[in-house]
Design a protein around this ligand. Sequence first.
Ligand code: SAM
Ligand code: SF4
Length: 482
Amino acid sequence: MSFYEKYKEEFKEYDMMDKDFIDDEKIWGQLNKWEKPSKADVRAVLDKAEKKVRLDPEEMAILIQNKDRDTIEEMCALANKLKREVYGDRIVFFAPLYISNKCANNCKYCGFRRENRLVERKTLSLDEIEEEVRVMISEGQKRTVLVYGESPETDIDFICESIKRVYSTKVGNGEIRRANINCAPLSRDELKKLKEVGIGTYQVFQETYHHKTYQEVHPHGTIKSHYRWRLYSQDRAQDAGVDDVAIGALFGLYDWRFEAMGLLYHTIHLEEKYNGVGPHTISFPRIEPAIGTPFASNPRYAVSDEDFKKLVAVLRLSVPYTGLILTARERPEVRREVIPVGVTQIDAGTRIGVGGYKKSKGNLLPEKEQFQIGDTRSLDDVVRETCEMDNIPSFCTACYRAGRTGEDFMDAAKSSFVHNFCMPNAILTLKEYLLDYATPETKGAGEKAIEKCMKGIEDDNIRSFLQESMKRLEAGERDIRL
Ligand code: SAM
Ligand code: SF4
């Protein structure tokens, strides 16, 4: 059965709508209205952002359109401050696991697209998934996002089996404690199955919010060409009980300013419909070159490094309680520059070739990859650098395992919970990493970062809990969390 036939009935729900929540003209109207904001306009928005409230689209438009160097610096400084206040000095670490590069779609920018003859196709078997996971665990990973093409081989039952295999794999003291999913849009019934096997976040990137561009890059006749089926993926997930959802856009397909507004409108739509629960995270990948994919080497709307940093600051200021994910698509120097303006999650030690953890040398496996990554450093190197940049790498998975997701998570994020729970959990998971996986240099940098962080903990009870827990970890206990 083709994908069209499979979802035909459900498409009707969207085909019957006269409009969706992305109004292209309105977005351009707002951006054009604020083509040249004054310093005072920008500072008025920054005053509101400082109160840590979600901004409105026109306010975001003012920040996006600001071209004045002084106030851009003020934007970056405030973004950094908000990030530290809301999330503490933590950066959450994960690594993707590519399960299959077989795909029925033909997205012009993607190395996995059906017509690309240069990619060697492969779907991992359950045993091969386990082999990959064993390598990831032995490198110290605790969180993953499983990535799939859209193919009958990776239907919902296979996806569920693959998740179960990931969770059941143990090596020494380690295991994957949270598996997020990045796969094609699913139906509500399929999403209920995902809920049952205990996924973390369900991610679907809209790629571009601009309707016309969407049709141009997703050829007619492919399932992915259905804009609204994708746009309402997170709604269906929420309806099915998966309340931890993520959105994203692929930057370079259309004007970055429009896409940023699209991400905000998507956030507002979800918040309004689901009791204030917006996306858990936002991703903002830039298109990277991919084998056999000329479109990806020269994107028409390529975003410069300077605009990219501004984009991240704008997102941080506009959605203060939403996690921001910066991937290893970006080169180390870009990551160093951009992380401080508001990033909360990064991947490291990443290999994106299917079967790449086991096989690749120096992290590369071009003929099986969706695109080329920019940061090929090991997890250990990135952990060390993060500690040296005064951040605490966190491998924490406590909230999701304690059922603090959706509305509960949002309430927690908006209180002092982060400082009382997330920081201690970050310290304990970093300590585990240092004991089990770190090189001596990283261990040194990590211990220093922990020592510094402990000095900043004001609550005596939390400090003594941490001191005692770290001794228990040194004695061999694992997975201590609040
Ligand atoms: N096939 C599913 C889908 O399209 O939603 C799932 C995963 S796809 C492998 C993951 C994401 O990779 C896509 O949503 C897209 O944003 C991104 N991507 C595709 N081609 C890319 C490229 N050349 N450079 C960077 N990111 C790319
Ligand atoms: Fe397939 Fe996703 Fe790549 Fe499109 S982006 S070709 S759907 S893997």
